[in-house]
Design a protein around this ligand. Structure first.
Ligand SMILES: C[S@@+](CC[C@H](N)C(=O)[O-])C[C@H]1O[C@@H](n2cnc3c(N)ncnc32)[C@H](O)[C@@H]1O
Length: 335
């Protein structure tokens, strides 16, 4: 397809927000769940939702234009492959990410001018507190955040294909969230044991995930603060989608805490959207600005920036492997 002329290309970028808001509305109203396995008209859906039929018809028509839905009022609207991903209970659902993006992240993006002018965090400007303190005192937002982070089955499933964990003894997932990544890794290799390490409230929620996978015997949950220390006893430390939340100084503290409990030859695996030359930068650079808005010093980093942080902490970057959704896994060895 030819690249659209500049005015149209720019307009398409600008109205991207309208598309995102409409997809958010559909997810929030659970329209994709109501369309699972069936076509329905807007009148039918509006009756069930207590919504306005004509407003809903025009919104569904826009969603069909965006290829999130297909069909029309006569045939009924149905889900496309993209629409399926907005259902609640499907493998790889990104509904919770859409809700997080449409609520918490949206409020911060609306203050991007504030951040541009002051360098200050939009999130703090909006909420009067930083992201993780806010999540600590807002259980509902915290659950949405954790679910949004864990809706990454495709990404997590690829991790054991990119790195062979079979010779690991104990794998510690630092900032391991609800344990979904560690559960996937342990399910891929019978030998290793695991530790999920995260904020105390978060690891409590990981228990259900690991027990559902029958992994409680092989896995320990530890609550704490990775800026102070990380659990000792591992030979493989995984830090997934976490360093981007933190400034270089804080990353050095986290990596330094891993170095303090490891010996030469042990591994740190960092999973991040790395800014790589000659690759589509749209996801990694969007992530970088999101971190600018919602964290104090967090950022997406280049491979060399990661290498430097690792070297300063006592690790040598050995390998980089590509993962889905423009993520990479950086494998470093304790020197
Ligand atoms: C962006 S999430 C990534 C979660 C998971 N590793 C993944 O890839 O889906 C960052 C994680 O860091 C955890 N975290 C934040 N501050 C922490 C701290 N001071 N100590 C331990 N964990 C922390 C959060 O609770 C959250 O689970």
């Amino acid at each position: 397809m030819n690249k659209p002329a500049a005015p149209k290309a720019l307009l398409n970028i600008v109205i991207g927000e309208w598309a995102a808001r409409t997809v958010y509305a559909a997810a929030k109203l659970r329209i994709p769940d109501l369309l699972a396995g069936q076509r329905r008209t807007s009148a039918d859906l509006a009756a069930e939702l207590g919504a306005d039929p004509e407003a809903l018809r025009r919104i569904l028509r826009y969603l069909a234009g965006l290829e999130v839905l297909d069909g029309d009022e006569q045939r009924g609207f149905g889900l496309t492959e993209m629409g399926q991903l907005l259902r609640t209970e499907v493998t790889g659902s990104i509904r919770d990410f859409v809700i997080l993006s449409g609520e918490e992240w949206h409020r911060s993006w609306s203050q991007v001018v504030h951040t541009a002018q002051t360098g200050g965090q939009a999130f703090e400007h909006v909420h009067g507190t930083n992201l993780f303190s806010y999540l600590d005192s807002n259980p509902e937002a915290s659950r949405t955040f954790d679910r949004a982070m864990s809706g990454s089955v495709k990404l997590f499933n690829e991790v054991p294909n990119a790195y062979d964990f079979s010779s690991a003894g104990t794998i510690v997932d630092v900032g391991g969230g609800n344990g979904e990544l560690l559960g996937t890794i342990l399910a891929s290799a019978e030998g290793p044991r695991g530790v999920v390490f995260d904020r105390p409230d978060v690891v409590a929620a990981a228990e259900a995930e690991l027990s559902a996978r029958g992994l409680t015997e092989r896995c320990t949950l530890v609550g704490g603060d990775f800026l102070r220390s990380v659990p000792a006893g591992g030979d493989t430390y995984v830090i997934s989608r976490t360093l981007h939340n933190w400034s270089d100084e804080h990353c050095l503290a986290i990596l330094g805490n891993c170095a303090a409990v490891t010996k030469p030859g042990d591994r740190v695996l960092v999973i991040e959207r790395v800014i790589l030359p000659d690759t589509d930068p749209r996801l990694s650079l969007a992530q970088d600005v999101l971190m600018l808005l919602v964290t104090g010093g967090g950022r997406a980093r280049t491979k060399d920036e990661h290498r430097e942080l690792m070297e300063k902490s006592g690790f040598a970057l050995r390998e980089v492997h590509a993962l889905p959704q423009d993520f990479s896994i950086l494998v470093a060895e304790r020197v």
